[in-house]
Design a protein around this ligand. Structure first.
Ligand SMILES: CC(C)(COP(=O)(O)OP(=O)(O)OC[C@H]1O[C@@H](n2cnc3c(N)ncnc32)[C@H](O)[C@@H]1OP(=O)(O)O)[C@@H](O)C(=O)NCCC(=O)NCCS
Length: 199
């Protein structure tokens, strides 16, 4: 198993990892109307915006996890809302999902512009991490976040935030375990961790 910089050839498998973990950490490929669109929100824009902050975890069977994100979430969100989201919104326009469907939240998300949390000044970076079940529970998640935070620190970020789905209890436990704190007064579940200043 190795953690290495993302390369373009990883994309098809990482898009599968994204879909396989998109339903609050569980497989969305059977339950979402368009599981393929999820990677266009949570994975692909980061590969475009700052590919140097994209890491691939690969084992003998191929890519099985990734961590992606932005060191400056304000800059990312401005770019995302202007240059990325409009096409994705257009692609999802025709999809009809009933209220209460497992992917209803995702289509609500696409309909609105992305925002940054209130605590963005203290936690300016943000990341997304997903591992296939076969790679989970072996300490890779912790190592991937630590490695990613060092890269974000090198870009000047002094803190990172993560949003977690309302029913993804184990992700909250994971982030708390590796030093993230719950941030109150934000939309949804948000956690943050400060990054020690690089010397
Ligand atoms: C959440 C996720 C990134 C965690 O990565 P991981 O490699 O499985 O976690 P690690 O093995 O590095 O665990 C790190 C610590 O968190 C703890 N932890 C992780 N998952 C846990 C769980 N379900 N329950 C209790 N503790 C847990 C571990 O015990 C470990 O603690 P320790 O190092 O003190 O022993 C990974 O499981 C995953 O990709 N899940 C599916 C997708 C997902 O939910 N992504 C996050 C969306 S916000």
């Amino acid at each position: 198993v190795e953690l290495r910089p993302y390369i373009a050839a990883d994309f098809p498998e990482l898009a599968q990892v994204c879909a396989a973990t998109a339903d609050n950490g569980c497989d969305a490929r059977e339950t979402f109307a368009r599981p393929d669109l999820v990677a266009r929100y949570y994975l692909e824009p980061y590969l475009r915006f700052d590919p140097g902050l994209c890491l691939t975890l690969a084992d003998t069977r191929g890519p099985c996890g990734y961590v992606v994100g932005a060191a400056d979430s304000c800059a990312f969100v401005r770019w995302f809302n202007t240059h990325w989201l409009p096409d994705l919104r257009a692609a999802s326009q025709a999809v009809r999902v009933p209220r209460g469907a497992p992917d209803a939240w995702f289509f609500d998300l696409i309909r609105n512009d992305a925002t940054v949390p209130k605590a963005v000044d203290r936690y300016p970076a943000h990341l997304h991490i997903d591992l296939l079940p076969r790679a989970q529970g072996q300490g890779w998640g912790r190592r991937m976040v630590e490695t990613w935070m060092a890269l974000a620190a090198a870009r000047g970020a002094n803190g990172v935030h993560v949003g977690v789905g309302e029913s993804n209890k184990r992700a909250v436990v994971f982030y708390e375990r590796i030093g993230f704190l719950r941030l109150d007064g934000e939309d949804g579940i948000l956690l943050g961790r400060r990054i020690a200043a690089a010397r």
